[in-house]
Structure formats: structure tokens, C-alpha cells
Design a protein around this ligand. Structure first.
Ligand SMILES: Cc1ncc(COP(=O)(O)O)c(C=O)c1O
Length: 377
């Protein structure tokens, strides 16, 4: 067996669309394919506005600029997440107040957020870990009560729902990733969803190097100039063309990934290995997207042993994040609170291969090999 952790899927149609983009004679950003991708999400998710970016990191940075994060502002972020969730705000000078994971789930502990809110708090950044929604009502209620922003890190959350609503469309902003490890990809890519209309004009300038160039190209201004802060956040049409092809296949891709996710879930359930592993818990309010299948092991030695065992058969399992409050970059700035659950998930989560071309027989085999390892533990 040689089963990588991820294998980015390409239908082949991507290349036709890239050729088409070249024929269009518009290869820089914000051309016809960018518009098609953005319209796709506006219609499908009911967004007020959206902007393709070159990564989710970029989308988070755009959001930090849009809400004018400045030195001394505080931003509440789970410790168990990727660096970018915090970096986008830390680079603007924000103090990061890390929150622990919830009881029984790696995602943010919604019930412990309020203790961290004070007069300097500007935003909460919930991360929908593995595409499983956070409890957005609890988070939005806090945001309303204290007049703070919610920026959803939806890097894993494309097509997932919270009480029927698309993730990324609920907070003030949503930040998506189209990195090759995600359900829908273009190598590296992302998107900022803007959920209140009055931010759109400024978001467009921040997106286009702080200029009103987009307005100029629409014929709404006779010249363009430096208007605001920003950066070059927009991807080229080559990338947007690739992405649009993937979007046309979104339902097929989703169906496949969800089937594989459920196959793992029912396979592990059948074996009753509760002594060593726990299955992911999907709250009633959440509809998942097959982004990632993980187990929570009893302890680090079970997890690392399992990874080594499957590696012998050519199957690549992975652990996940190192807690950000203990990172080399931020640990000295962290306020010293112990975030035991975040540390526990860092030591015990194991993620399984899940990608379009993975076969049912291979999933069965992985489940059986995991079972036999645990039986002999
Ligand atoms: C939760 C989370 N947020 C943000 C990112 C950054 O995404 P990108 O690589 O598109 O910048 C990642 C990367 O996987 C992630 O896991």
C-alpha cells in the first residue's frame, strides 16, 4: 500500500479553463474567472460580498485590516489552530488571548470565551476545526453583547453548515482556504466573505493594494490612486480559472469525501475500541463536509504508536497543531494560563487519509489495520 495523507484532485478541466483565461487576454487578477468564482459563492452562500485571495492567511489579514486592528487591541483565538489564525492579527500589533478547546472537542470552548473579554477586546476568531461548526449562536451573542467582531476561520469549513447556514456567512467576515489539502483547491488560494455590505467598498481597496483600481476598471472613476492601507491580495486569473473548474465539480467532490468520512466513522464505531480511541463528536447543529477524519487517542503513546504502525504499511497518518500559546514565537507573550485541552488534543489527535481518489477498500484496510494495532496494544 502507498496511501498518502492527501492527494489533491484534478479533473483535467482546469487546464481548459486556464487556456481560456490566456485566450481572454486577462491574466492578472479580478478578471472573468475571478468574477465567476465570486458570483458562485455569493449566490450559493448568500454572501453580501466576497474577494478571492491567494490564501486563507491573506483573507485573515484583510479582515484584520478592515477592522483596523492596532497595537494593544486584544483578539480571542483558540490555541489549537494553525499559525495564520493568530499571525494575521499579531502582525498588526494585537495581543492574542488564547482560548482553550471545548470539553470533548478540539474546537474553541465557547463557554470560556466571555472570561477573556475586556474593554480592549476587538474580535473573536472561531475556527471550525475539521469542518465541524462552532456554536455560532453563543459566539454571536457574545459579539453583540460586547460590540466586538466575529471573523470565522473557515479554512476547513467549505460547504459545512451551522443550523442550515453556510459557515463563513454568519460572522462579520469568513475566511476560506483553497490550499491543496482542502476539499476544493487551486494549489494555494483563499477567499474573504464579507457579510455586511458597508465593508465591501473598503475591502475592495485593501484587496487592490490600497487603491480604487477596481472602480477605475469598472468605469466608475477617471483615474485610480492610493486611498487606503492594503496589499496585493488578489490571485491571478490562472488560479481563478483552476478554481472555477473545481467549483463546477463541488457536489461530486463533496459526495465522495462525505462517503469516505462516514465509512471511517462507521468502521471505527463497529470495533468498539473506546478504551483507546474516541470518535469525533458532531453536534446536532452542525452539518459536516468530509474535510478531515480524526480520532482522539487515549494518550500520546497510543497515537504515535498507531502512526508508526500504519507507516509500516505505507499509510500516512498525521497528528495536528502544536498549541500556539506554547509556540516559540508567542509563548513569552502568552499570559501564562494553562490551556490543558489544547495541549491534550495536540498530543492525541490522529488524522486519516481522506481524498477524492481514496478507494473504499483502502479505507476498510486502514480501519482493519488500526483495529488490529489497538487489539494488540
Ligand atoms: C485553521 C486554519 N486557518 C488558516 C489556515 C491557513 O490557510 P492557507 O494555507 O490557505 O493560508 C490553515 C491552514 O491549513 C488552517 O488550518
Amino acid at each position: 500500500m502507498n496511501i498518502p495523507f492527501n492527494k489533491p484532485w484534478i479533473s483535467g478541466k482546469e487546464f481548459d479553463y486556464i487556456r481560456q483565461a490566456a485566450k481572454n487576454g486577462h491574466l492578472s487578477g479580478n478578471g472573468p474567472f475571478t468574477q465567476k468564482c465570486q458570483t458562485f459563492f455569493m449566490e450559493r452562500y448568500g454572501l453580501q460580498g466576497c474577494f478571492l485571495t491567494t490564501s486563507c492567511t491573506d483573507a485573515l489579514e484583510m479582515a484584520a485590516m478592515l477592522i483596523n486592528i492596532k497595537p494593544g487591541d486584544e483578539v480571542i483565538i483558540p490555541s489549537f489552530t494553525f499559525v495564520s489564525t493568530a499571525l494575521a492579527f499579531a502582525r498588526q500589533g494585537a495581543i492574542i488571548r488564547f482560548v482553550d478547546s471545548g470539553a470533548g472537542k478540539p474546537g474553541i470552548g465557547e463557554d470560556i470565551i466571555e472570561d477573556l473579554i475586556n474593554e480592549n477586546t476587538r474580535a473573536i476568531i472561531p475556527v471550525h476545526y475539521a469542518g465541524v461548526s462552532c456554536d455560532m449562536d453563543k459566539i454571536m451573542n457574545l459579539a453583540e453583547k460586547y460590540n466586538i467582531y466575529v471573523i470565522e476561520d473557515t479554512a476547513h469549513g467549505i460547504e459545512s453548515l451551522y443550523k442550515g447556514k453556510h459557515l463563513g456567512s454568519i460572522g462579520h467576515f469568513g475566511c476560506f482556504s483553497f490550499h491543496e489539502a482542502k476539499n476544493i483547491h487551486c494549489g494555494e488560494g483563499g477567499m474573504l466573505a464579507v457579510n455586511e455590505r458597508h465593508y465591501i467598498d473598503r475591502a475592495e481597496k485593501i484587496w487592490e493594494k490600497g487603491t480604487n483600481r477596481a472602480q477605475f476598471f469598472r468605469g466608475e472613476a477617471s483615474y485610480y490612486e492610493w486611498k487606503d492601507t492594503g496589499s496585493s491580495f488578489l490571485p491571478s486569473e490562472i488560479i481563478a480559472a483552476f478554481l472555477y473548474s473545481q467549483l463546477e465539480d463541488i457536489d461530486v467532490i463533496q459526495k465522495r469525501r462525505l462517503n469516505l468520512w462516514h465509512q471511517y466513522n462507521s468502521g471505527f464505531k463497529k470495533f468498539h475500541c473506546e478504551k483507546y480511541i474516541k470518535l469525533p463528536v458532531i453536534p446536532e447543529y452542525a452539518t459536516i463536509n468530509g474535510n478531515s477524519f480524526y480520532l482522539i487517542c487515549r494518550d500520546r503513546s497510543v497515537r504515535d504508536g498507531l502512526i508508526s504502525h500504519l507507516k509500516k504499511y505505507g499509510v500516512m497518518l498525521l497528528s495536528h497543531y502544536l498549541p500556539l500559546h506554547k509556540s516559540e514565537y508567542y509563548s513569552k507573550k502568552h499570559d501564562g494560563r494553562i490551556l490543558a485541552r489544547s495541549e491534550k488534543y495536540s498530543e492525541t489527535i490522529v488524522r486519516f487519509p481522506i481524498y477524492f481518489e481514496l478507494k473504499e477498500e483502502q479505507v476498510d484496510d486502514i480501519v482493519n489495520k488500526t483495529h488490529s494495532f489497538l487489539c494488540n496494544y
